[in-house]
Design a protein around this ligand. Structure first.
Ligand SMILES: Cc1cc2nc3c(=O)[nH]c(=O)nc-3n(C[C@H](O)[C@H](O)[C@H](O)COP(=O)(O)OP(=O)(O)OC[C@H]3O[C@@H](n4cnc5c(N)ncnc54)[C@H](O)[C@@H]3O)c2cc1C
Length: 471
């Protein structure tokens, strides 16, 4: 079995060497041809098609330690798969030893301390499901099938970001298997430098096996959903979005998007595939208050569909899941914005009209609030001046449509990037992003991250990520 070495070379792993690894594991060791190998090796974005040599479906910390030791003994390239949602496909690598964390999905809620401990293979929905039993939640993203590990290690934002900051701002501890195969805890009191690096520096410092999140009272009922209009109403709807977002209380998060209408049952059949503009709203506070606050959205113009209603918070967290299935082809460009300029809205309308596929969208996420109140070096995520995220989200099915869809996203981005703060979100970056863009994402934190990397992973064992080179 040919496998890739960390330094780029190749090694022929003998069967008895592979068997020796198998003996050290509780979870399954998979190779090409084994059932489940395909499921493990594939990631959300079908543009990425890589084949690790070996996949270990880790069942606990001991499996993770065994894999890191084995990789070190043989100098093997390692990769780590959480939810596999990273658009650049950073969870997988040809010829590598892949740690598939997807069977480590336990969540323990300490109601008294208002803390959840989640194993690193959890998807966002796993954490929401368990914390909502207690009417609690932490800050997670918009699609419940995304992995907590990648999202948290790169920052993380969602409907609760305006109230409580980046997801990583709400982490109080992580368990990590380091490059020398030790299990350590990182928090503000223990290994504080590592803790700082993990809250934005990605998977550069070790394999995270568990994450502790602060919880807040949320739900179970909130007001949330979508109101949609034909794209012809976009100038008015985006102006409304801009005005409402500027004065929205922190409990309310507003997202505007333009795309061809999906074949959703709440949209009239004759509109399916036709261009629409929509506002997605979530008021996570008192529902009566929420209903009053979202009333102007529901009353605006003549919507073609309106599902902005009282609903369980856990349901809100899954509302968009069907729009982002695993196995389509995806290409995104994104920028942080400090405000929504009327001229930007004009550009959104212009480029939405040029969308090449039934699934692509131009999206404006509101994130302004608590994250802007923390110091820039609170964590490597930085970008404390970001108040909105622009995401030009290309999504299509066939490889022969790659060129036109990628070109659409790139053209739109070139035309809109002048509105950027200069920063960008590392978790939304595709495979082809330049080192300058990584610098734009991590900014001033890069130098400090390199120091943390040098201490915790001097030989760069963890390199299938947005790699920070040891000094
Ligand atoms: C459909 C979709 C919706 C999204 N929505 C949001 C959103 O609402 N908010 C938001 O902030 N982001 C969002 N994202 C971006 C998301 O945060 C990133 O894609 C993130 O990388 C996903 O995490 P993952 O665990 O699924 O990734 P993976 O692809 O599994 O991993 C990503 C990186 O993290 C590393 N990693 C994974 N697990 C571990 C671990 N246990 N220890 C160390 N390193 C690890 C991997 O090696 C890899 O480098 C979305 C992405 C998609 C595809």
């Amino acid at each position: 079995m040919k496998a890739r070495l960390m330094n780029g070379g190749e090694i022929d792993l003998k069967q008895d060497t592979i068997d020796a690894l198998r003996m050290r594991l509780r979870g399954a060791l998979l190779m090409p041809g084994d059932s489940s190998y395909e499921e493990s090796r594939t990631v959300w974005n079908a543009m990425i098609d890589k084949k690790p040599a070996l996949v270990v479906r880790c069942l606990g910390v001991a499996d993770v330690i065994a894999c890191v030791q084995f990789a070190r003994e043989h100098n093997l390239l390692l990769c780590i798969k959480g939810g596999g949602h990273n658009i650049a496909g950073l969870a997988t690598a040809n010829g590598a030893l892949m740690l598939d964390m997807s069977l480590m999905r336990g969540v323990w809620v300490d109601k008294q301390r208002m803390v959840a401990h989640a194993q690193a293979g959890c998807l966002l929905g796993d954490v929401d499901r368990e914390t909502q039993v207690h009417r609690l939640a932490t800050v997670l993203g918009f699609i419940s099938l995304t992995g907590i590990a990648g999202l948290t290690l790169g920052g993380g934002f969602g409907y609760l970001t305006r109230r409580w900051g980046w997801t990583s701002d709400n982490v109080i501890g992580m368990d990590v298997v380091t490059a020398d195969a030790r299990l350590v805890h990182a928090s503000s009191d223990e290994n504080a430098d590592l803790f700082w690096g993990l809250r934005g520096g990605g998977g550069n410092f070790g394999v995270v096996t568990g994450i502790e999140y602060v919880l807040y009272p949320v739900g179970p009922e909130i007001v949330g959903g979508i109101v949609a209009w034909p794209a012809s109403e976009a100038p008015g709807v985006l102006a409304l979005y801009r005005t409402l977002a500027e004065k929205a209380p922190p409990e309310l998060t507003l997202v505007a998007f333009m795309r061809p209408a999906p074949p959703a049952p709440w949209l009239p059949k004759e509109m399916h595939g036709k261009p629409i503009v929509a506002i997605l709203a979530c008021h996570s506070g008192n529902p009566e208050e929420g209903e009053k606050i979202v009333a102007p959205i529901k009353a605006f113009g003549t919507p073609i569909g309106d599902i902005l209603v009282r609903r369980p918070y856990a349901q809100m967290q899954t509302l968009l899941d069907a729009t982002q299935p695993k196995g389509r082809r995806y290409y995104w460009k994104s920028e942080y914005l400090s405000r929504i300029e009327p001229e930007l809205c004009e550009k959104v309308i212009e480029h939405a009209a040029k969308i090449q596929s039934p699934y692509s969208a131009v999206i404006l996420f509101q994130i302004e609030g608590t994250l802007n109140t923390l110091e820039d070096d609170h964590s490597p995520v930085g970008n404390r001046d970001a108040r909105y995220v622009l995401n030009i989200a290309g999504s299509w099915e066939q490889a022969d449509q790659d060129r036109s869809n990628i070109q659409w996203a790139r053209n739109a981005w070139h035309d809109m990037k002048s509105f950027s703060t200069g920063g960008a979100y590392i978790n939304f970056m595709t495979e082809d992003e330049s080192p300058e863009r990584i610098k734009a994402a991590l900014g001033k934190g890069l130098e400090r991250l390199a120091t943390v990397k040098t201490k915790w992973d001097p030989e760069n064992v963890f390199r299938t990520n947005r790699n920070i080179k040891p000094a």
